[in-house]
Design a protein around this ligand. Structure first.
Ligand code: NAD
Length: 307
């Protein structure tokens, strides 16, 4: 495995020697991971499938960083340096320039397997390959690779800049040095690492799926209103957000995929997705990212609020 020591400083004159992180998927998580990696001094390539999506992703990165500057969490010049550290790509052609590849494409096993097949074929053989999947077994994704020992789960949380936790998940064949490199990368980004075995939903997503799903069942049974259920979770459990606010932030499509993975993995009825959640996804009501989910969001709030 390549020398995966930390990045050089963003102002390092040998900037071309900086470690490069290639982020696959410029959505909610990919943009957060790109922003956080750039702030930590890595060079970053943010990739998606077409120019419009990449452009939108880069705008989101800038908005995320602006938001962090307004909150006093990032100095204005650090933000400028970070923005300049990020370039964009359409497709995986330039993945070979990176020492770390983090995949943050939608939560679909087939999609992720296809992507990692392509990534393995094109990437530097020494590069760290990581998936930001929130629920899919790393072993299942890695099963299509020539070298399944290269892949590790690095599960960031949303919003990436604000959330301190990262779960590191070795698949059954992941090599120890790959796990160590993943831990080092997460710590370089200022995160606290917890480990999970390759169990469906790991530690956090398994709990999240049940928490939101139960709220959706209560809403559809008329137990209480959407606002009151949110208030009950916030004031009753000191949760910073209610389950519907959280669902809208995470993305209803992502949550539905998570529940389906938990159902497939455990065959336990407690993971059966509430039909209300499925209907909302089918209606394109995906949460903040589509402007409507359990709640509605005016266009500007929909983007900025998720960053
Ligand atoms: P998202 O829908 O916001 O973004 C996914 C991005 O991937 C989109 O921009 C899409 O255009 C792009 N994409 C689709 N096909 C692609 C391909 N073939 N190659 C490259 N890019 C492609 O989703 P998200 O919420 O950012 O989730 C991404 C991953 O992160 C999922 O695995 C999800 O489970 C995980 N995750 C999500 C959250 C969350 O709160 N949303 C938290 C932790 C982990």
């Amino acid at each position: 495995m390549t020398d995966l020591e930390g990045p050089s400083s963003p102002s390092d004159p040998r900037a071309s020697l900086r470690k490069r992180v290639f982020v696959v998927g410029a959505g909610l998580m990919g943009t957060g991971i790109a922003a956080q990696s750039a702030l930590a001094g890595y060079a970053v390539t943010l990739e998606d499938v077409n120019p419009e999506l990449v452009g939108r992703g880069l705008d989101r990165v800038k908005k995320t960083l602006d938001h962090a500057v307004r909150r006093g969490k990032v100095a204005p010049d650090a933000k400028e340096t970070a923005v300049q550290s990020i370039d964009t790509a359409i497709g995986l052609r330039r993945v070979d320039t990176a020492q770390i590849v983090v995949e943050a494409a939608p939560e679909s096993l087939d999609l992720k397997r296809g992507l990692f097949r392509e990534i393995e074929a094109a990437a530097d053989p020494q590069a760290l390959l990581a998936s930001n999947t929130s629920s899919l077994p790393i072993t299942s994704i890695a099963s299509v690779l020539q070298d399944p020992g290269r892949l590790v789960g690095i599960h960031f949380f949303n919003p990436v800049l604000q959330m301190e936790l990262v779960e590191v998940i070795p698949g059954h064949r992941t090599r120890p040095e790959v796990v160590q490199a993943a831990e080092k990368f997460a710590r370089d980004l200022g995160k606290t690492v917890v480990h999970s075995t390759d169990s469906p939903g790991f530690v956090t997503t398994r709990a999240l799926g049940v928490l939101v799903n139960e709220a959706a069942w209560m809403l559809s049974e008329g137990v209480s209103t959407r606002e009151e259920i949110d208030t009950a979770y916030k004031l009753g459990f000191h949760h910073p957000m209610g389950p519907f606010e959280l669902a809208d932030l995470v993305g209803l499509d992502t949550l539905l995929s998570i529940l389906d993975v938990l159902w497939d993995g455990f065959r336990d009825p407690k993971y059966r997705a509430c039909p209300l959640l499925r209907r909302l996804v089918e209606a394109g009501k995906l949460g903040r990212k589509s402007g409507e989910g359990f709640y509605s969001y005016p266009p500007r709030e929909g983007l900025a609020g998720a960053s």
